[in-house]
Design a protein around this ligand. Structure first.
Ligand code: NAD
Length: 460
């Protein structure tokens, strides 16, 4: 196991601002910059960069330009606080040993303990985890909850593990990263291919090494062990509320509108259900094996049953299309709810949806953002569209600390209020800075983290 704190400097864009003076490094406040002067100029790039960490940095720099942050502050805010890489040896069912690579990155603790999910996927890399951790920091600030950002993951295909192997891997990984964890330090949650059971194992492992139960060390737990009502659907519910806000501003009635959802998992399947309940015709959904399309609208119960029985939504009735084609369907609302980097410079011009609601983290590259903005597409950015999950994680953490649990309607009311308020604030920033919703959300989030950092000052 090794703990690194590598600088992100070398990986920045070519046009780096000049080095800051010692005074500037004392983390002063942002200098107000006139919106037109601050507007980022698109940079010609020979080939689109699909490294999520590099495009997270590019997004950050756009917001930092608007806020007029100097180089020193940019470095403080964009460099991950801690990065841990752990080897995770696991005894497999056949008696052999496999060693997996696990990561936990804490991007910031300026506004409170760091918070962020755990991903199990064959494509997990340190850079992906760093990007996701940074987005968590801005997301928590956008919805104004007292957390910093973190993320974790293991490079593994969990579909190839038995339940027992998955449990042993989870417990060993938890033990390896436990030096960072704690209800007042760093609090994981589920992400791609992890779920409430994973969180129960993590909480139990952490608690057993302490000798007492610490429910608040992870969120997204089952109800029986300190979970919150409404957490399973929280990401989707928040995403749906954000779609309602966008549709209202576009005067687009949801009843009768059409939608496509890429990624029929925790987030995507529930967004599809919320849309369906609001009268939206969900014409296509997908998973890692492909997509299913029926322009008359899919019967979502039948899609779920097909996924349950045959392992994929593609077994449901309808036309089989690809995960690329689903993005370009003629629909009003597109919900990317799988992985990052799927809407790129190559396909952005062909996206037909009026609203792109990013249930997934990082599905749109900065180049694609520029193309969509020029087309007038409303992109509800991930750090707003999927913030319902971490919002209810925060409620779960509060309930665990108080050992007092809320009724489902209380959770729902607070969640809805939080997302509507955040949407209003982001929309206000977009008008004030004459920019798109992503940059506006980043200006709001980065601005709040910058304020906390400045007020705290630099140690020592
Ligand atoms: P999940 O594992 O439940 O679902 C992921 C879905 O994506 C599955 O349907 C899977 O088949 C599909 N998928 C995997 N690889 C794919 C590929 N290459 N192409 C198309 N589809 C593919 O995960 P989740 O928790 O729903 O997370 C999905 C996204 O939402 C991620 O970006 C995650 O970071 C984000 N998110 C999740 C939460 C949450 O509370 N679960 C919160 C905020 C953001």
């Amino acid at each position: 196991m090794s703990e690194k704190s590598e600088s992100a400097k070398e990986k920045r864009m070519p046009s780096k601002p000049k080095p800051a003076s010692p005074a500037a490094r004392a983390v002063p406040g942002p200098k107000p910059v006139a919106p037109d002067r601050a507007a980022p100029k698109p940079k010609p790039v020979a080939e689109e960069n699909l490294n999520p960490y590099e495009f997270a940095l590019l997004q950050f720099e756009r917001a930092a330009d608007h806020l007029g942050l100097d180089t020193g502050v940019r470095e403080v805010l964009s460099t991950p606080k801690r990065q841990l890489i752990a080897s995770v040896p696991v005894k497999m069912d056949d008696g052999s040993i496999s060693v997996f690579h696990g990561y936990r990155v804490q991007h910031s603790i300026a506004r409170g303990p760091s918070k962020g999910g755990i991903r199990y996927h064959p494509d997990v890399t340190l850079d992906e985890v760093k990007a996701l951790a940074m987005w968590m920091t801005w997301k928590c600030a956008v919805v104004n909850i007292p957390f910093g950002g973190a993320k974790g993951g293991i490079t593994v295909d969990p579909k190839k593990l038995s339940l027992g192997e998955n449990e042993r891997m989870t417990r060993r990984y938890t033990s390896e990263i436990s030096i960072l964890l704690g209800h007042d330090r760093d609090i994981p949650a589920p992400d791609v291919y992890t779920n409430p059971q994973t969180m129960a194992w993590m909480m139990d492992t952490f608690s057993m090494t302490k000798g007492y139960s610490t429910l608040g060390v992870v969120t997204g737990k089952p109800l029986a062990v300190g979970g919150s009502a409404g957490r399973n659907d929280a990401t989707a519910e928040g995403c749906f509320v954000a779609i309602e806000e966008a549709a209202r501003r576009l005067s687009l009635p949801l009843n009768g509108a059409t939608a496509a959802v890429q990624g029929f998992g925790n987030a995507g399947a529930a967004v599809a259900r919320f849309l369906d309940e609001a009268g939206v015709r969900v014409v296509a959904v997908s998973d890692s094996k492909g997509a299913v399309y029926d322009k008359r609208g899919l019967a979502l119960d039948a899609v779920s049953a097909a996924k349950e029985k045959k392992g994929s939504v593609t077994a449901a009735r309808g036309e089989r299309i690809t995960n690329d084609e689903i993005l370009e369907l003629p629909v009003d609302i597109l919900v990317p709810a799988a992985l990052e980097g799927v809407i790129t410079r190559k396909n952005a011009a062909r996206i037909k949806a009026q609203i792109v609601a990013e249930a997934a983290n990082g599905p749109t590259t900065p180049d694609a953002d520029d193309i969509l903005r020029a087309k007038g597409t409303i992109v509800i950015p991930d750090i707003l569209a999927n913030a319902g999950g971490v919002t209810v994680s925060y409620f779960e953490w509060v309930q665990d600390l108080y050992s007092f649990f809320w009724e489902p309607d209380v959770v729902r009311t607070h969640l809805e209020r939080t997302i509507r308020r955040a949407y209003d604030e982001v929309d206000g920033m977009a008008r004030r800075y004459n920019t798109d919703l992503r940059t506006a959300a980043l200006i709001l989030g980065v601005g709040r983290v910058e304020e906390a950092t400045r007020i705290r000052g630099l140690f020592p």
